[in-house]
Ligand binder design. Structure first.
Ligand SMILES: NC(=O)c1ccc[n+]([C@@H]2O[C@H](COP(=O)([O-])OP(=O)(O)OC[C@H]3O[C@@H](n4cnc5c(N)ncnc54)[C@H](OP(=O)(O)O)[C@@H]3O)[C@@H](O)[C@H]2O)c1
Ligand SMILES: Nc1nc(=O)c2c([nH]1)NC[C@@H]1CN(c3ccc(C(=O)N[C@@H](CCC(=O)O)C(=O)O)cc3)CN21
Length: 289
């Protein structure tokens, strides 16, 4: 039976440390760290994220500046709000919730965020730093995965890692971070052939696809570490209630994996934590240079 990698517990531990840091800083600063979240329209995976971020900010003493705009908001209006947040001295971190409605050019908006306030690490300057192995603001979800591996002494060096998914938000930065940690990395996607066979070779398998329960027992090498990034809301057939599941069929994979992250309680809380971590990093940098 696999070891359960408890992202929620690690998130709580890191958040307590962050809270202590913020408390310490506030003694000689005139304001707390500030995080602004911009959401346009509604998306089921985003709702849980926004809720958890707001709760965590409150707990830690981070000021949150949320804007929830209607789905038909124009590109120019969202761009203008980003410009204002870039100028706003109370704001250290800016996050534009993805996905955005089809009429919005997401890349143009992400490029508009001041790289020093890019709490999501998606600006080309921060992505470029990651590619070059420089420090900077790093994508939250992959950074959360790396923190979980470290906490549980799972060493990527020399291991075969397969990242399923190649998004800018998760797959690509995840592959780069595993590479930086000296894993041999393969990135798989919707055009990859013999997907199950490829995944079965992985010592570390990261699933970031967005397909409920896609990864079954026959996709996983016995003893492998399985990281489930997927957050999918499904309707439970028996109870009729909706619930969150990952991309991994947890019940069938848990018995043979070496270690596995659950959903919920795995990478989701770590993403929130890394976002707060980045916000505090920007805050300190803005004061200390
Ligand atoms: N836990 C967290 O904190 C967290 C954070 C962010 C996202 N998420 C969740 O993680 C999942 C992925 O998010 P994302 O933003 O990366 O999604 P995305 O932008 O939709 O990317 C999905 C990736 O999966 C690939 N894919 C889709 N169907 C596939 C299939 N049948 N076989 C192989 N590959 C397939 C796509 O391939 P192509 O490129 O070829 O289309 C794409 O690269 C979602 O469930 C999302 O809600 C969770
Ligand atoms: N710009 C941007 N950055 C992101 O990291 C991001 C987006 N957009 N859009 C939505 C996705 C999905 N993300 C999520 C989704 C859920 C949790 C989360 O906290 N999940 C909890 C479940 C809580 C519940 O049950 O409500 C978990 O335990 O998995 C975190 C990040 C982050 N994502």
């Amino acid at each position: 039976m696999a070891q359960r990698l408890d992202g929620k517990a690690l998130a709580n531990k890191i958040q307590s440390q962050l809270a202590a840091d913020i408390n310490h800083d506030s003694e000689h600063r005139d304001r707390p760290p500030g995080l602004a979240v911009l959401m346009v329209g509604d998306h089921p995976a985003s709702a849980a994220y926004v809720r958890n971020k707001e709760r965590a900010c409150e707990r830690l003493g981070i000021a949150s500046f949320g804007s929830h705009l209607p789905a038909d908001t124009s590109q120019a209006t969202v761009a203008e709000i980003i410009d204002q947040l870039n100028q706003d001295d109370r704001v250290d971190g800016i996050l534009v919730q993805l996905p955005l409605p089809d009429h919005i050019d997401a890349v143009a908006l992400l490029n508009r965020i001041d790289p020093a306030k890019d709490a999501d690490g998606l600006h080309p300057e921060n992505m470029g730093r990651l590619i070059r192995g420089e420090s900077g603001l790093r994508s939250c979800t992959p950074a959360g995965v790396m923190a979980v591996l470290k906490e549980y002494n799972i060493e990527p060096a020399g291991k075969k890692a397969v990242v399923l998914g190649r998004s800018i938000l998760v797959g690509k930065p995840m592959a780069l971070m595993l590479l930086e940690a000296n894993a041999t990395v393969t990135i798989a996607h919707s055009r990859t052939q013999d997907l199950a066979e490829l995944c079965r070779q992985a010592d570390i398998l990261v699933a970031a696809v967005g397909r409920p329960n896609m990864i079954g027992a026959d996709w996983v090498k016995p003893g492998a570490t399985v990281i489930d990034v997927g957050i999918n809301r499904i309707q439970d057939a028996e109870s009729g209630k909706s619930r969150l599941v990952g991309d991994v069929d947890f019940a069938s994979v848990e018995p043979l994996a070496g270690a596995i992250t659950p959903v919920p309680g795995g990478i989701g809380p770590m993403t929130v934590t890394m976002l707060l971590h980045n916000t505090v990093l920007s805050y300190r940098k803005r004061f200390n240079g």
